[in-house]
Design a protein around this ligand. Structure first.
Ligand code: AMP
Ligand code: ZN
Ligand code: FE
Ligand code: FE
Length: 286
């Protein structure tokens, strides 16, 4: 049975490896399907999509979107959408801008606490990738405010003030509409870090198709719980390692180990194909 990893990050967001290096590592680990799910950008995927044939690997379009719901931020994974869809391109454009605005607010807060950090320094750490807190962590480490990314999060970047900063991220409702109109499917990312079962039921009522049951933050019991939840609600099952590259997160050893069976990938593609054929019929009926 083929192995897939539908949750990975590259240097196009806050990952360490370039998209090409990630594909090479995936081949080395024996994966036959991968999705690059950078935070709020598909640039990494676009860079390597034409290499898939050369490497004998399937690369599914993907993205991990930060969305607003009930005054909170939730991560929603989207897959197999039309990457040229104008509404999708517009939504991601807005997300990139919203991340910049949010980082400016984070820097302002840290400065008010006496931390010597500039927005431009954080931007420089992102090396052209979509900006996020791990890039601020790199600055804090360089300036000896913290010794590791984890410490930077504990001491500076994970506190409730920063979590409550108002963002311009998309709402879950808008995201679902845009992704479905682009023929894609959606899945709730790593629910363990965010949700109770009731909250998950509320979220799927917006039309989300699946749940990320397989993730390094889920122990065996949690995994079983989410698999049961998916079955009960007739949801797709997604999963992956949330790989960011060495030193970025605790999940990195799981690349090539925390994987998803190919039958789940096939179900996901079928859902997307059905969606696309319905959209085409609607278009041709005027
Ligand atoms: P952001 O996209 O700015 O909200 O930052 C979220 C990213 O920061 C996640 O995808 C992880 O890569 C990383 N992250 C979040 N919490 C931690 C943590 N406690 N330690 C290390 N990295 C973290
Ligand atoms: Zn990340
Ligand atoms: Fe996430
Ligand atoms: Fe992620």
């Amino acid at each position: 049975m083929g192995k897939a990893d539908l949750h990975t990050h590259t240097s196009a967001s806050d990952g360490e490896l370039s998209p090409k290096q990630l594909i090479e590592k995936a081949v080395e680990k024996g994966l036959d399907t991968i999705s690059i799910t950078d935070h709020d950008t598909i640039k990494g995927y676009l860079d390597v999509k034409d290499l898939a044939g050369d490497y004998g690997i399937t690369i599914i379009p993907g993205v991990e979107v930060s969305a607003k719901w009930n005054d909170r931020e939730v991560h929603i994974l989207a897959y197999n959408f039309d990457v040229n869809d104008p509404a999708l391109i517009g939504l991601l454009h807005n997300q990139v801008w919203a991340r910049k605005l949010r980082m400016k607010a984070i820097v302002k807060h840290l400065r008010s606490q006496g931390v010597d950090i500039d927005y431009d320094e954080v931007l420089a750490e992102s090396f052209g990738g979509n900006i996020g807190r791990p890039h601020a962590a790199s600055v804090l480490i360089k300036k000896r405010y913290a010794r590791s990314v984890q410490e930077a999060f504990i001491r500076y970047l994970g506190n409730s003030v920063i979590q409550k900063i108002e963002t311009e991220y998309t709402t879950v409702e808008d995201l679902v509409t845009v992704i479905k109109n682009a023929g894609g499917v959606l899945s709730i990312a790593h629910p363990s870090t965010f949700f109770t079962e009731t909250e998950m039921e509320q979220l799927i009522s917006f039309g989300i198709d699946g749940v990320e049951c397989i993730h390094p933050s889920h122990n065996f019991n949690l995994q079983k719980k989410y698999l049961r939840f998916a079955k009960k609600n007739q949801l797709l099952i997604t999963g992956g390692s949330d790989f960011h590259g060495k030193s970025k997160t605790d999940y990195d050893p799981f690349f090539g180990i925390v994987t998803l069976g190919s039958h789940h990938v096939e179900a996901l593609i079928r859902t997307s194909d059905n969606r696309r054929s319905i959209l085409e019929k609607q278009l041709s009926n005027g």
